[in-house]
Design a binder for this molecule. Structure first.
Ligand code: IPM
Ligand code: MN
Length: 357
């Protein structure tokens, strides 16, 4: 079958890692009898440079008519150092999330068997970690109104808003994941302080009543930040609101060894979007040193979740694990003997071929 994929390389290392994912997808297609057709769209700083808009309508329409979206990264130091810039690359990302209804970001955090040693955390702590972290992506303080400054400019405000409906759908998603796994859902909130968190708790309790086999626990976000690196094996599925999920998922990435390793899926109302969790990493842009694994594993998630190609996704995952086990890895994972982004991508392609025989 042919699948239509919108490619949004974006900024920084985005184009380099996307290129490797495309190679791996093409090889996987060849050995499994599928074809993928790619159409590129602009997003982020590069889109601002060309059109003045970080998420041009043309890109929105491309996404809407595609079966799935593969996205690299967004962001440029030019904007990070200029808080007064009116148009910012990140606005493109947020608009993309809200316009495409990408309501949940799913980030698996899994320690690769036999590879727990690559984490900066103690091996006995990280071994066996297998968490699915689900972050609500289109609500909360990222999108709440009002936001801005008082007239005298001396006070600033952001608003955190959640509706029951927004909580319900993401908690349902968490429960559906847990049913297929170890049947535990941890809802992370700050219900001792925030009204939105109390709505989350109340709603989550009602939803979980529909899943009798699931055990649900509630944890305050400060405690969760500690427990995730103290005893990651205690978690199965974590569901949390937008900003807490942003912070906790970066923290959790340390467990697997490198931010460059983690893929994610943003589940949409129609097409879903797949992206590595690392950002644009401008210092490494164009140097052929970035770790392509986060993007390649995101492509694998796309095959599984958007196209139902479970075996094909497994093939890519195994090829990545084999390549890491062989030590054919980028500088973030090897100090002594690193390879380039392209070389690692090449090796993963070879492994896909070898493992498919
Ligand atoms: C992420 C990023 C974004 C976010 C930024 C770039 C706006 O950190 O995808 O996690 O905060 O959501
Ligand atoms: Mn983030």
């Amino acid at each position: 079958m042919n699948y239509k994929i919108a490619l949004l390389p974006g900024d920084g290392i985005g184009p380099e890692v996307i290129e490797q994912a495309v190679r791996v997808l093409n090889v996987t297609g060849e050995v499994t009898g599928h074809t993928f057709s790619f159409t590129e769209g602009m997003v982020g700083a590069v889109a601002i440079d060309h059109t003045g808009n970080p998420f041009p309508d043309e890109t929105l329409h491309l996404c809407r008519r595609s079966d799935a979206i593969l996205f690299g990264a967004i962001g440029h130091p030019r904007y990070d150092n200029d808080p007064s810039a009116k148009v910012r690359p990140e606005q493109g990302l947020l608009r993309m999330r809200s316009e495409l209804g990408l309501y949940a970001n799913v980030r698996p955090v899994k320690s690769i068997p036999g590879m727990a040693g690559i984490s900066p955390l103690k091996e006995e702590i990280v071994a066996g970690t297998d968490i699915v972290m689900i972050r609500e992506l289109t609500g909360g303080i990222y999108f709440g109104k009002p936001r801005g400054r008082s007239e005298d400019g001396l006070t600033a405000f952001d608003t955190c808003t959640y509706s029951r409906y927004e909580v319900e759908r993401v908690v349902h998603l968490g429960c559906r994941y847990a049913v297929q796994r170890r049947k535990k859902v941890t809802v992370v909130d700050k219900a001792n302080v925030l009204a939105t968190s109390r709505l989350w708790r109340e709603t989550a309790k009602e939803i979980v009543a529909e899943y009798p086999e699931i055990e649900m626990e509630f944890m305050f976000v400060d405690n969760a930040a500690m427990q995730i690196i103290r005893n990651p094996s205690a978690f199965d599925v974590i569901v949390t609101e937008n900003m807490f999920g942003d912070i906790l998922s970066d923290e959790a990435s340390v467990i697997t060894g490198s931010l460059g390793m983690l893929p994610s899926a943003s589940i949409g109302l129609s097409a879903s979007l797949y992206e590595p969790i690392h950002g644009s990493f401008p210092q490494a842009a164009g140097k052929n040193t970035a770790n392509p694994v986060g993007t390649i594993l995101s492509a694998a998630m796309m095959l599984e979740l958007s196209f139902g190609l479970v075996k094909e996704a497994g093939l890519i995952t195994r090829a990545v694990e084999e390549t890491i086990r062989e030590g054919v890895v980028t500088p973030d994972l090897s100090h002594d003997n690193p390879v380039t982004t392209t070389a690692m991508g090449q090796r993963i392609c070879e492994q896909v071929k070898a493992l498919s025989r």
